[in-house]
Design a protein around this ligand. Structure first.
Ligand SMILES: *Cc1c(COP(=O)(O)O)cnc(C)c1O
Length: 466
């Protein structure tokens, strides 16, 4: 009643067939399949119908064009979304180095080149010297052995897969002892108790949240026990009245009861970053030297490589892990292995702090970042002062990726905001631009942290803001 306008709008909605026909006639050069055009029009008409039904008053619908011409613009947009890639390059100006939502580690140039090289045919599982079948793990195993001092190594899809595979191989149907202080959850979907269930192993919790002693492990060992597990508390710290069992103590317990000792290291660091103001994290080689039997770590956290799960340890265990049927389901592809191999080789023979972006970003000094921020701000004042207000200020950047949550790295950010118009609309426009630009939003300022920008990125930031 009194809503004739709504009925009028609903009646003007075109029939799908008619709209498709009109679009085809007006766009004879458009060669999308007929079924796709029908789907486009169906979705668009349905969206319009919902808008009409939920509109509070006629004014809300003023701009709605239901003519063939008006629909054509919407159909063009719908169809062009199909032809442009969904996964796109993003300029990460947030200062968070391992930004999980932006693909964690930015890869080294050598890793990118290796990925492209391996994308065609390659010797993934071929021994070229002997002309025989080879193993995909060989390409990285020697490098991992040299870098860590472990006897053997293999690689899977990610660290979650590595933990699952190790637990399943070493302890399915048996008990695994873990400290209550180490029952971690990483990023919502990786929880030690749940991974344990999925692996078929049985979790035996010992100690308390803040204190676990060697005797707690000893009291829990029985003939059903297959493994002692330590989990690195990557994304939180238990502080105050605390005690945990060191790796040396756990290894000697393992020897005493003839049980293997495994550690889920999480990040897995190959270079000491404490000189650059980062928290102390266990180094992989140190853990191997401590005598741990099996270690798992991520490829795309502090290591700075592709998404991968790295398993290093004693040969007898690694051999059993490799033979597990699950390996087939969890193994990495050639492109990942190529990137990982190239990244590991930088650690062995290159200059990791310069060549691996994650390490270069984490070790950038406050003075360096201040200079880069000032330079970028000057450029923006020259090129874009008609559109934006530019400022610089001291701030902090984060490691991210659930690693070193307490580390705040001193930086200088460039703060920008539009001189007119809606701030949130402007931020969205930058985020959906080509390339996409994502910074940190604070009190209607967009903060751009040079820590996570390459020199080439800085050029593009200027273009995005012009
Ligand atoms: C990050 C992390 C994982 C999960 O690793 P992904 O490579 O993301 O699968 C598992 N355990 C610990 C301790 C971690 O820090």
């Amino acid at each position: 009643m009194g809503e004739n306008w709504r009925q009028t709008y609903l009646r003007s909605l075109p029939a799908v067939d008619t709209a498709v026909m009109a679009y085809k006639q007006n766009n004879p050069d458009n060669h999308y399949p007929h079924a796709l055009m029908v789907q486009a029009v169906q979705e668009i008409v349905e969206t319009l119908r919902r808008q009409i039904l939920t509109a509070e008053n006629e004014k809300e619908l003023k701009g709605m064009k239901l003519t063939p011409g008006g629909l054509a613009t919407r159909i063009d947009t719908w169809l062009s979304r199909l032809t442009s890639p969904s996964l796109r390059r993003v300029i990460n100006a947030t200062g968070t180095v391992l930004h999980t939502n932006m693909g964690r580690a930015a890869l080294a140039d050598k890793a990118k080149e290796a990925m492209e090289e391996a994308a065609g045919y390659c010797n993934l599982e071929m021994d070229l010297l002997e002309g025989r079948r080879g193993s995909r793990h060989e390409h990285v195993e020697k490098l991992l052995v040299s870098l860590t001092g472990a006897e053997a190594a293999c690689v899977v899809n990610n660290n979650a897969a590595a933990v699952l595979l190790c637990l399943n191989t070493l302890a399915a149907g048996k008990k695994v002892i873990v400290s209550r202080g180490e029952l971690v959850e990483i990023g919502g979907s990786f929880r030690i108790p749940d991974v344990m269930v999925a692996s078929g192993a049985q979790l035996t919790e010992v100690g308390t949240t803040n204190k676990t002693h060697p005797a707690d492990y000893e009291n829990a060992v029985d003939e059903e026990t297959a493994l002692l597990l330590k989990v690195h508390t990557s994304n939180y710290k238990v502080v105050g009245f605390t005690a945990d069992v060191s790796m040396e103590q756990l290894v000697s317990l393992g020897k005493k009861y003839q049980l293997p000792v495994m550690e889920d290291l999480g990040s897995g660091l190959f270079v000491d970053l404490t000189p650059y103001g980062l928290e102390a994290e266990p180094l992989v080689a140190k853990r191997v030297a401590d005598g741990v039997d099996v270690l798992t770590l991520s490829g795309d956290k502090l290591l700075g490589g592709p998404q991968a799960g790295i398993i290093v340890g004693k040969r007898t265990y690694i051999e059993r892990i490799r033979k597990n049927q699950l390996m087939r389901a969890l193994r990495p592809d050639k492109v990942t292995l190529a990137a990982l191999e190239a990244t590991l080789r930088i650690y062995l023979t290159g200059n990791p702090l310069q060549e691996i972006p994650v390490l270069a970003m984490l070790s950038a000094t406050a003075a360096e970042l201040q200079e880069r921020a000032e330079k970028l701000a000057d450029r923006l004042r020259q090129e874009a002062s008609a559109l934006i207000t530019v400022d610089t200020r001291e701030d902090v950047s984060f490691v991210g990726g659930g690693a070193m949550p307490q580390t705040k790295l001193a930086t200088t950010v460039v703060a920008v905001r539009p001189k007119s118009g809606s701030f949130s609309h402007w931020v969205q426009k930058l985020r959906t631009g080509e390339p996409a630009l994502v910074g940190r939003v604070q009190d209607d300022w967009l903060l751009l942290d040079p820590r996570t920008l390459s020199i080439a990125d800085e050029e593009e930031v200027v273009r995005c803001l012009m």
